[in-house]
Design a protein around this ligand. Structure first.
Ligand SMILES: NC(=O)c1ccc[n+]([C@@H]2O[C@H](COP(=O)([O-])OP(=O)(O)OC[C@H]3O[C@@H](n4cnc5c(N)ncnc54)[C@H](O)[C@@H]3O)[C@@H](O)[C@H]2O)c1
Ligand SMILES: N[C@@H](CC=O)C(=O)O
Length: 497
């Protein structure tokens, strides 16, 4: 297949742009001849094609991972660390090409794509090091003349299913943890954004990651996922994506009782207390809402502002929002790229229409200004109420909804009124209020006076319908480790009995 002009003209190393799956260290085409086009969401132009693997080819990826596991798990942790650090160095060295590929397939502005490459690489370095610290325990014995303890062992083959909004970092946050723990991985990226995953595979190979340890399978998503879920040899499934698909995969994995990590949807409240400077809070809310054109699981979905500063907040929000530029992410000075596809634009429009029909006020956001069919201009709605989709659903679009509240207890109840529990933002300088909210908010992550909250040392994850488990941090590697307890009788005990 030919390299599309747009891509060939823009990347230094054409070998990073692969239009094949990657199984057992080989670039693989689909044996059934099925394939899928991948589009630049900004222009609608096809930037390449990917093959769909057949069921037996997915099973071959499991065979390859099974064979590679034997050697990989037997390496010393510091040997795996060296290979992962080599991968990290190559990701960093190829940052510009990786960012370009990401912008072309995902649409996010180049500076954001560079930021994601950096963010994604940081997980590789973090887990390379964490792999050296998977300590077991010594247990004071309650059994006479016995020594008790635990060992940490790799769980086995991990299937990683990832979304299109963060095409690189959502892979490395899982894969680096699993590989550092000694597990081979089979990555199934979103069909919209496969090329970042395939570029990672190319770099993994150059880094000396053995064949069969990092595999990328492509195909019909429900078909591939069903096979991976039903495979007994796949011991762990880590999924990032919508709650709807997460529930489906949990069901499909029941028959093989897998280790499950689920990073699902969010519906983040952004609470602005009466003691805040409305301008500072409004500027922060714009940043928390419009990153990745609102297609972010951490996006501020429901902006809850104390009634005493509501109007001033709205004025500053509009001022800041109006300065955002919308356009092709490859151009300079762009804040918001396109949405991932036309359906996402239609969904955003439907959410806005639903809110207006139920009494919300459209304060800003004129879709006639959109620079193309996949673009959606940032919208501000006020007077948002709980019956509106913009409140109930994760809108995953640049649609901000503001609601006024009158006291702390009320806003806590409002914030918790969602099936989701990923992240919440609180803006206040009142220490009593901070503690009260921190305790009362039913979310896996609460960020106070800071839009930025993520990074390698952080235990990332949600409660309620936002998921299971934590990625990153000092516990992220545990998702890929089994604890083996041992009792050594007849050897004496460490506590001397
Ligand atoms: N909690 C987190 O860390 C986090 C991070 C990023 C994105 N997300 C969530 O991801 C969602 C957006 O991403 P998306 O639209 O790619 O999600 P999605 O659930 O549609 O897709 C995610 C992955 O599942 C696959 N998939 C889709 N339908 C499937 C099916 N029927 N059976 C099996 N696999 C299927 C896709 O191909 C993709 O690889 C949002 O809800 C967002 O909040 C969560
Ligand atoms: N922004 C999140 C990804 C969610 O979409 C992150 O920082 O990991």
């Amino acid at each position: 297949m030919k390299l599309s002009k747009t891509l060939s003209a823009r990347i230094d190393d054409p070998r990073l742009f692969r239009q094949y799956a990657y199984v057992n260290g080989k670039w693989t085409h689909g044996e059934g001849g099925r394939e899928e086009a991948v589009f630049d969401p900004a222009t609608g132009e096809a930037i390449g094609h990917i093959p769909w693997l057949e069921a037996h080819q997915i099973r071959e990826a499991v065979d390859a991972a099974e064979a590679a596991f034997v050697h990989w798990r037997a390496l010393r942790a510091d040997e795996r660390c060296e290979r992962l650090l080599a991968w990290y160095d190559l990701i960093q060295a190829n940052r510009e090409d990786l960012a370009t590929i990401m912008t072309l397939e995902q649409g996010k502005p180049l500076p954001d794509a560079r930021g994601e490459v950096e963010y994604g690489a940081s997980f590789v370095r973090w887990f390379a090091e964490e792999g050296k610290r998977t300590f077991g325990e010594t247990i004071p014995s309650h059994i006479p003349n016995a020594t008790l303890g635990t060992l940490k062992e790799p769980v086995g083959i991990a299937a990683l299913i990832t979304p299109w909004n963060f095409p690189l970092a959502m892979i490395t946050r899982k894969a680096a943890a699993a590989m550092a723990a000694g597990c081979p991985v089979i990555v199934k990226p979103a069909g919209e954004t496969p090329f970042s995953a395939l570029a990672l595979a190319e770099l993994a190979e150059r880094a000396g990651i053995p064949a069969g340890i990092f595999n990328v399978v492509l195909g019909d998503a429900p078909e591939v996922s069903k096979i991976l879920c039903a495979e007994e040899r796949v011991k762990a499934l880590s999924f990032t994506g919508s709650t709807r698909v997460g529930r489906l995969l949990i069901e499909q994995s029941a028959g093989t009782v897998k280790r499950l990590s689920m990073e699902l949807g969010g519906n983040a409240p952004f609470i602005v207390a009466p003691d805040m400077d409305p301008k500072e809070a409004a500027f922060a809310a714009v940043a928390a809402k419009f990153q990745t054109a609102g297609q972010d699981c951490l996006a501020a979905n429901r902006i809850l502002v104390h009634e005493s500063i509501h109007d001033e907040f709205v004025e500053h929000f509009v001022e800041r929002m109006s300065a955002l530029t919308v356009g092709n992410g490859l151009e300079s000075e762009i804040d918001l790229g396109p949405l991932i596809h036309r359906q996402a634009v239609d969904k955003a429009a439907a959410i806005v229409d639903d809110a207006i029909s139920r009494g919300a006020r459209l304060v800003a956001g004129d879709q006639n200004q959109a620079p193309g069919p996949n673009f959606f201009m940032p919208v501000l709605l006020t007077g948002v109420t709980r019956d509106m989709q913009v409140w109930r659903e994760e809108n995953f679009a640049p649609v901000a909804g503001v609601t006024a509240y009158s006291d702390d207890d009320q806003v806590i109840e409002m914030a918790n009124d969602t099936e989701y529990g990923l992240a919440a933002y609180v803006y206040t300088h009142d220490i009593r209020r901070i503690w009260k909210m921190l305790r009362a908010l039913e979310f896996g992550m609460v960020s106070v006076n800071s839009v930025k909250m993520t990074g390698p040392p952080v235990p990332f994850g949600g409660v309620k319908q936002s998921g299971l488990g934590r990625e990153g941090g000092i516990t992220g590697i545990d998702e890929y480790l089994e604890t083996k307890y041992y009792c050594l009788g007849g050897l004496g005990s460490v506590s001397g009995s």
